[in-house]
Design a protein around this ligand. Structure first.
Ligand code: MLT
Ligand code: ZN
Length: 468
């Protein structure tokens, strides 16, 4: 290893290899604090050639490499799976926005650009990068693509994978594939870019991408609603979709229990409505049209819904600052929950119509089998994707609760599978869901993935311990 580190230092230049324990420590612990495995060293290449050189040297030495972007994985997907034996390769220094084609609506970015910086660059060019997640200030494009991130605008624009037009990837042996094309139509064999998106860094390291942009909306209307039931949330969703599906950019659910956690742990929390409710929806309409009566649409649908008892109260954002305050409440849920103690995250999806049944059955199951556990449900209800998170009992023992995490996950997943759902809707597998992946995906499906992996990374040195 010492020899390898010398060669890597020579290949990557000044600041290219970090070995001091205090400096590498942050790279070994995931955002949720579930896994702490220190890397042997952290590699920080400046360019694609550096990534290729590093991977070539590591492959020759048989040393595993863990690609890491913003380290915001919910499933410990970007930290080592063993202590002291792996190298983390950080993409952070590859952070250039290389080009924006505002007319063609594409942008080329390096893997280490944060999602927010990419959004800002698109906005400054008069366009929209239509991907938004809570961790966008830290999450980096390479990780966003490698985990096929979802988030709040999936409903309208799809997941990260749907935004990838071109990709540059370095394989485990150092081979560079430059597929940075910016074509809307390119039907030339296997869709490699789709294969690497969502592969969690097990097939290659994404070093740059061409992303599809959208036209920047000229109007937005954002509304916080109090809702009497989960069924009513779906009723409201159907009403907006029926009125103007293309304008529905986001439709997010927040349970009263999730809001209560926010109330306790979000600094300066302020509910935008008069009174608390058992359920809430945060929704956003947007349009690129100048003369669209978007506000009228919002008000008309809300008025009908109020009359029908589908909502009990609503607040429409009257300024950009108020809109930001609404979204801050939504985006702080994960952080509040993290501060509230140990939790088991069930990032699940079911067909949209089955969401009420999912929540009712999960609540009953938790009450019966995990007494005291608090169900903190929220998420992208318009996609059928609910973060059906369970929080440790108030004043309970965090370690004891965490020890039962696997059981709890299995109990939730049993319900999810009966409803025809998925046990991981957007967070991926990482090292936290490998057990469920082994149990709930068929042998054939896993074998296909294994063969693909073996073809591209026969020694399995890229991000070991993830997925399989
Ligand atoms: C979110 O949508 O805020 C995250 O994906 C959910 C989570 O923290 O479980
Ligand atoms: Zn989410």
């Amino acid at each position: 290893m010492i020899n390898l580190l010398d060669h890597l230092a020579a290949a990557l230049g000044p600041g290219g290899v970090i070995i001091a324990p205090e400096d590498i420590a942050p790279f070994g612990t995931d955002w949720r604090g579930l896994v702490s495995n220190m890397p042997r060293a952290v590699l920080r290449p400046r360019d694609t050639a550096g990534v290729a050189a590093a991977l070539r040297l590591c492959a020759a030495a048989g040393v595993p490499v863990v690609p890491q972007g913003g380290n915001t994985s919910m499933v410990a997907g970007a930290v080592p799976s063993r202590d002291g034996a792996e190298l983390v390769l950080s993409l952070s220094r590859m952070n250039a926005v290389r080009a924006i084609d505002a007319a063609g609506l594409t942008m080329e970015v390096e893997a280490g650009v944060t999602l927010r910086a990419a959004q800002d660059a698109a906005r400054d060019a008069g366009a929209l990068l239509p991907l938004s997640i809570g961790s966008e200030g830290s999450a980096q494009i390479g990780g966003v693509i490698s985990t096929n991130a979802g988030g709040n605008n999936t409903l309208r624009f799809g997941n990260a994978r749907d935004l990838v037009l071109g990709l540059e990837v370095v394989l485990a042996d150092g081979t560079i594939w430059n597929g940075l094309r910016r074509l809307r139509k390119d039907n030339t064999g296997y869709a490699l870019r789709q294969l690497f998106a969502g592969a969690e860094g097990t097939l290659g390291i994404v070093t740059a991408a061409v992303l599809r942009l959208a036209r920047a909306p000229r109007q937005r209307q954002t509304c916080f609603c109090a809702i009497p039931s989960v069924e009513a949330a779906l009723d409201l969703f159907a009403r907006f979709r029926d009125e103007d599906e293309a304008a529905l950019y986001a439709f997010e659910y927040i349970s009263g229990a999730a809001m209560a956690v926010n109330q306790s742990y979000m600094p300066d929390f302020r509910l935008p409505l008069e009174t608390a409710s058992p359920h809430y929806v945060l929704l956003e309409l947007a349009t690129t049209r100048r003369r669209d009566p978007l506000r009228e649409t919002m008000e008309a649908v809300l008025a009908d819904a109020l009359e029908a008892g589908v909502i009990t109260d609503a607040a429409i954002a009257e300024s950009e600052a108020q809109r930001a305050a609404f979204w801050a409440i939504r985006e702080h849920l994960s952080e509040s929950q993290r501060r509230a103690g140990a939790s088991v995250k069930n990032d699940v999806s079911v067909p949209v119509a089955a969401v009420p049944s999912l929540l009712a059955r999960a609540a009953a199951m938790l009450g019966a089998r995990h007494p005291g556990a608090r169900m903190v449900a929220f998420g992208h209800i318009g996609d059928g994707n609910i973060h059906l998170n369970a929080l440790q009992p108030e004043d309970g023992d965090a370690a004891a609760f965490a020890a039962r995490g696997e059981d709890l996950m299995e109990d939730v997943n049993a319900i999810v599978m009966e409803l025809g759902g998925s046990f991981s809707a957007e967070h991926g597998i990482g090292q936290i869901k490998t057990h469920a992946f082994g149990q709930l995906r068929s042998a054939a499906e896993r074998e296909i993935m294994r063969r693909i992996r073996a073809a591209l990374d026969p020694a399995a040195t890229l991000n070991p311990g993830k997925l399989f």
